[in-house]
Design a protein around this ligand. Sequence first.
Ligand code: NAD
Length: 361
Amino acid sequence: MRVGVPKEITPGERRVALIPEAVGKLTGFEIVVQRGAGEAAGFRDGDYEQAGATIVDDAYAGVEAVVKVQKPSAGEIGKLRQGELLIAFLQPLTDPETIGMLAARGVVAFAMESIPRTTRAQPMDALSSQATVGGYKAALYAADRLPRFFPMLMTAAGTVAPAKVLVLGAGVAGLQAIATARRLGAIVAGFDVRPAVREQVQSLGATFLDLGVAGEETEGGYARELTPEEQTRQQEALEQRIPDYDAVITTAAVPGRPAPTLIPASAVAKMKPGSVIVDLAAESGGNCELTRPGEEIVASGVTIVGLTNLPSTMPYHASQLYARNVSALLGHLAPGGELALDWEDEITAGACVTHAAGVTA
Ligand code: NAD
């Protein structure tokens, strides 16, 4: 199978779908990489060539599959052919227009977001690999923006108290943010509506903050959306507790839904001046009422970081992990480079969002 790796064209995107390490391991595949595709992530054309790839000007020409990070633009979709494979983050739950265009062209599209969260599919789980990067970076932003130390210090000038950090939403990104803030020496508390997470938070050396609201876990291991009454109770409970913290990292999400508002403006007003909120849910609207997606603002003396696409700010390792996820999926769909789509298989059927006959999810 001949696979094309185009250069990402979404503004600010520095990742690349395959890196030289992955190219070298994809036995049975012929990989063509667009000139400069890996440059922003630190991978040179020569590194790809050494790994066995061919550098081309157009990675869409003459290939049977295209692998990307971001969903394709209308122009890129126009270069895909009937029956061609596409693997990328396609936002199937929130961008029906792109899915419709792919279906109309008869593209066999696999969305990284739709890979089942099962043990067997773990090597392909790009939501997790990229959330790991996002959570790590969120803790670093919090430490950087805070006008205080994270760790406790005993100096000749006296003792410095450690920062108190609260992480809301303890999925993959939240747990990584907790672990990173702990490593930097902060005192950390975590909260999630899924009660099962309590032990995981505690095992990282953080305390579990009890806000008196808990939701069940849905089949895929995700949280269900809280009812409006539960949301109000959560906001009120948080408003009481939030002034205790110097930095709050929020990661709460429900797939396909706008991010729940956990921190109303009234709670921000109660935080100490100089406090920081890093809102990892900014892309889907934000967990803080005042978050402006893509921006960093100061409101009531509190810095609110709403920067989006954090994985792209650490493109080397984000691409390395993503490339391993993509390689695992390619190997699953085409073992040894021979296409063998098994529609009875839960990973193949689950991740496929359009095929030659139309939309599947
Ligand atoms: P996510 O990004 O969809 O959500 C992040 C977190 O926000 C979740 O933990 C969710 O419970 C929480 N949340 C939702 N609403 C909230 C609210 N109102 N207040 C506070 N928290 C709220 O989730 P994710 O990080 O992608 O992971 C979801 C689940 O999938 C986790 O249980 C994770 O362990 C599981 N998972 C399983 C596998 C596997 O078995 N292979 C792999 C990865 C993740």
